[in-house]
Each structure stands twice: as structure tokens, then as C-alpha cells.
Design a binder for this molecule. Structure first.
Ligand code: NAP
Length: 474
């Protein structure tokens, strides 16, 4: 078992106490990370604030060079990081590599966008928009110290999608990784350390959210928070912090709506992928399926057949379903199944567990009185709701407390478009399951799914403010 150290105040430190990280796959101890104290956190913020004044004064090119040096170091650790990720969060190894590669693309695209759209000011000249005697220069300025908090399920992508834009535009960063995912967080810090990033520009604060979370949020030196995680913590952050920009990417209950005119085989494949990738532990996983009653039996049979062919087991093998992140996640998922069954739903297959694994579970006859109709399962469960009228679906879709994404499957594109316009959510996908990417698209949720916009350009925007200088003719 390795003790991992973390980057704070320009050094890799071990700290007085440590947190043991176990793999959700076999419960074996895989390493420890420092459990930083409130005293450590106070000084991290003091240093991050001091570092801001010099980091923001570097030229954009100098900051880009640091990011590129980091990228090189990061790539040279691709195998190590992907393997640790597979162990730490039980994500299939293939998906760990894809997340790694997508993150590299994200870094490149962010640099390109920064160069093109953020370095030069927007200029509003005389004679444009009827302005007389004035010329406005509008610059993008950094905010100060950005607090970046990431969830367990995408420890690379959702961490670096905050850290990279924040640093590029000239902010310094205090980064709190999810505890299950914090070894990966310390490795990100180590790659920055090796590139000799200036003192305190990035700090990786490891520690349990339940112990230090409130303390990190409340510090007066925080100038912006970019948080991705569950609704409860998101709401806590919103209640504790005012007068600074917040971006909250929270939970989702993305529904897939299947009209009666579809190619059932193709749609079943797409729903299976959308619902079960990474065992359903994705904010944009399909978490409810509305299917027209005329084709419901056929779709359910097709899904059942596909589920039979799924491979279940170790994240290091070529499998489809791996263990859930924790026993408490498994308990939660099972409680939703039990509630549905008690209220009349029918388990078509699955509902078997083995240690942290939940076998893919298909549930038919789900009704709106059941918890699983509106709660986020974050597990490999596909709840099926049979419908007669599309207006009924639209009403219930829009009544959901979440509003991240949704999808419509139909061979009639015009009809799908009309329905999409009536659905109240961040994004609606036609004939594809919901997903966060491609990263150049804006990504946002409404209601309990959060507020603020992510995606390359919008992440950069969210971490800057506009500063104007106006020349007046005398
Ligand atoms: P979580 O339990 O809310 O944790 C998220 C992060 O918050 C972790 O780093 C956690 O640290 C930290 N935290 C916990 N308590 C805190 C507190 N009081 N103050 C400050 N930080 C605190 O979420 P999760 O289980 O990691 O992730 C799953 C959730 O994230 C799901 O609801 C999913 O839908 C959502 N998600 C949303 C998106 C999106 O883009 N909308 C993307 C991915 C995931 P510890 O790990 O130490 O507790």
C-alpha cells in the first residue's frame, strides 16, 4: 500500500493524519492520502491568494506553456493514472483510458478557445451601435482563488475541466477531489509539481467532505466555486456562499422517451448504453424510460436479451458492469427497487447483488408514486414507464425536480423536434442517449440539476469577469 502525498503550498506533503482508500472492487486497501486539517486549509488559502497576484501578471503565453508542460508530464503517466483510477473507483479500465484521452482533448481545445476568444479584449468602436465619442475595451479578468470540487465518477475529466480553465485565465486554484478518487487527485497535483508550477498556484486539498467541506467553502478568500456533485452538497454550498460566482453541476434523472415508430433493436442498444455505462453512475445516464404501450413488450424483451449478454466483474477485465462505488450506494439502489416492487412494479431481470455489484436490473410497470420515478438511482437500474399519450409524458417529464438532459427516440424527426421544444431541461437529444460531451457544447442543468454553464468556452467565461476601459473623446 502506498502513502500518496499531496501538492499544497508549493510542496508535496504527507500531513499529520491520513485517509485509507479502499478499492470498491475487492475492498483491498490501495493507498492513503493526507487528511488535511483546518489549519492547513487556512494557510493554503493565504498562499493561494498571494500567488494570484503574480500568476495573473504572467503573459497568456507563459501560462499556456505551464499547462502544456503539465500535459506532457500527465501523458507520460497515462498508464499509471488509468490503472489507479480503475482500482480507486472501479471504472472499467477501457473507460479510464477514454476518460484520460478525452481530458487531453479537453485541455487542447480549452487552450485554443482561450487564445481565440479570451486574450484580446472585445472592442466596441465609435460609430458602431450609434456610439459617439467613445471607444470601449472589454477585457476578461481572472476572479482570484477558485475553489474546484469534483465528484468521484470522473476524477480526471471533471477535475481538469475546472483546473485548466481556471489556471489559464489567471486564477489560482484550491482543488478538493472526492475522497474516492483522491489518489488520482494527488497524481494530478504531482504532475503539476513536476512541471515546476509556481508556488501555491494549484493546491490539492485532500480530506473528507463531511469533515472539512464546510470549512473549505466558508473561507473568505474563495472568489468563485465550481462544484460538481450531488444535490444536497450543492444546495449547502449555495446556502453558505453569496456574492461570489457559483457554478453547480448537480444530479440528474434524464429520461428517454420512446415513440411507437422506432426501430426497437437499435433503440434498445442505445438505451442500454445510455443507462448502464459505468454501471449507471453518470449524471447524464438514462435513469427512466418512457415507452409507448404498443411497443413496450417488444422493447422490454429486447433489453432483457441484451442484458443477458453483459459481462460483469473486475474493472481490469473487458466487462460492462463493475462494482458500485460503495455499500451505501448499493443499499440506496436496492431500497429504490424494493419500494417500486412494494408499490406494484415488476422486476424483469436483475436485482441480485454480490459485494458492491448490482446485477443490471430492468423494472417494468413503474408509476409516478414510486421513489424510483423521480430519485436518482446512480446504479445499473432501468425503470420502464408505459405510456399512452405523449402529453402525459411531457407533463411528468417537466414535473421532475431535476432538469439536466433527456432524449427522444423516433423516426419522425419533426415530431421529435416539436416534443423536444416542450421539454424543460438543459439539453434534449434526438435519437441518442443523453451525454455531457462533446465538450465544445454548452452543458447546463436547471432546477435541482444546478445552475451555471459548463463546456469549454463557458467554463472559461465562468472563471472570469469583464473589465471595461472606455476612452472618451475630449
Ligand atoms: P457528492 O457526495 O455530492 O460529493 C461531491 C464532492 O463534494 C466530493 O468531492 C465530496 O467530498 C464533496 N463534499 C462532500 N460534502 C461536502 C461539504 N459539506 N462541503 C463541500 N464539499 C463536500 O457527490 P458524488 O457522490 O461524488 O457524485 C455523484 C453525484 O454527482 C450525483 O448526484 C451525480 O449526478 C452528480 N454529478 C453531476 C454531474 C453534472 O455535470 N451535473 C457530473 C457528475 C456527477 P468527499 O468525497 O470527501 O465526500
Amino acid at each position: 500500500m502506498n502513502d500518496y502525498n499531496t501538492l499544497i503550498k508549493g510542496k508535496m506533503v504527507y500531513g499529520e493524519n491520513k485517509i485509507i482508500i479502499k478499492s470498491p472492487f475487492n475492498n483491498i486497501e490501495i493507498g492513503s492520502v493526507p487528511a488535511l486539517t483546518k489549519k492547513d486549509i487556512d494557510s493554503v488559502y493565504d498562499y493561494a491568494k498571494k500567488a494570484f497576484y503574480s500568476w495573473k501578471e504572467l503573459s497568456p503565453q507563459e501560462r499556456i506553456e505551464y499547462i502544456n508542460k503539465f500535459k506532457k508530464e500527465f501523458i507520460s503517466n497515462r498508464d499509471l493514472i488509468a490503472r489507479i483510477m480503475a482500482l480507486e473507483i472501479a471504472k472499467p479500465i477501457k473507460a479510464c483510458y477514454s476518460e484520460f484521452d478525452r481530458t487531453i482533448e479537453y485541455i487542447d481545445q480549452t487552450i485554443e478557445c482561450y487564445k481565440k476568444e479570451f486574450i484580446n479584449p472585445d472592442i466596441v468602436k465609435e460609430n458602431i451601435h450609434g456610439i459617439k465619442g467613445k471607444e470601449g475595451y472589454f477585457f476578461r479578468e481572472p476572479l482570484g482563488v477558485v475553489l474546484a470540487i469534483s465528484p468521484f465518477n470522473y476524477p480526471l475529466n471533471l477535475s481538469l475541466a475546472k483546473i485548466i480553465p481556471a489556471l489559464l485565465v489567471g486564477n489560482t486554484v484550491v482543488f478538493k477531489p472526492a475522497t474516492q478518487g483522491s489518489i488520482v487527485g494527488t497524481l494530478i497535483g504531482k504532475c503539476f509539481f513536476k512541471t515546476k508550477l509556481p508556488h501555491s498556484v494549484l493546491n490539492v486539498v485532500t480530506g473528507k467532505g463531511s469533515e472539512i467541506g464546510d470549512y473549505i467553502i466558508e473561507n473568505n478568500n474563495v472568489n468563485m466555486i465550481s462544484f460538481t456533485g450531488g444535490v444536497d452538497v450543492g444546495k449547502k454550498i449555495a446556502s453558505k456562499k453569496s456574492m461570489i460566482p457559483l457554478v453547480l453541476e448537480l444530479g440528474g434523472k434524464d429520461a428517454g422517451i420512446v415513440l411507437e415508430d422506432v426501430d426497437i433493436k437499435e433503440v434498445a442498444k442505445e438505451i442500454l448504453k445510455g443507462a448502464l455505462d459505468y454501471s449507471g453512475q453518470r449524471c447524464t445516464a438514462i435513469k427512466l424510460v418512457y415507452v409507448h404501450e404498443k411497443i413496450a413488450d417488444k422493447l422490454i424483451n429486447q433489453l432483457k436479451e441484451l442484458i443477458k449478454g453483459l459481462k460483469i466483474g473486475s474493472p481490469f477485465d473487458d466487462v460492462d458492469i463493475t462494482p458500485l462505488i460503495s455499500q451505501s450506494s448499493l443499499k440506496w439502489a436496492k431500497s429504490l427497487i424494493d419500494d417500486a416492487v412494494k408499490k406494484g412494479a415488476k422486476v424483469v431481470c436483475g436485482n441480485i447483488s454480490d459485494e458492491n455489484i448490482l446485477f443490471p436490473t430492468l423494472i417494468d410497470k413503474v408509476k409516478h408514486s414510486m421513489l424510483i420515478f423521480d430519485e436518482e438511482q446512480f446504479a445499473p437500474i432501468i425503470p420502464i414507464v408505459r405510456y399512452k399519450e405523449i402529453d402525459w409524458v411531457i407533463k411528468y417529464f417537466n414535473n421532475s425536480k431535476f432538469g439536466l438532459q433527456g432524449s427522444i427516440f423516433s423516426n419522425d424527426e419533426d415530431k421529435a423536434w416539436e416534443i423536444a421544444k416542450k421539454l424543460n431541461s438543459g439539453t434534449i437529444n434526438i435519437n441518442k442517449s443523453s451525454s455531457r460531451g462533446p465538450d465544445i457544447f454548452p452543458f447546463s442543468g436547471i432546477k435541482d440539476s444546478g445552475f451555471g454553464v459548463q463546456g469549454i468556452k463557458w467554463a472559461l467565461e465562468s472563471m472570469t469577469r469583464i473589465k471595461g476601459i472606455v476612452k472618451n473623446k475630449i
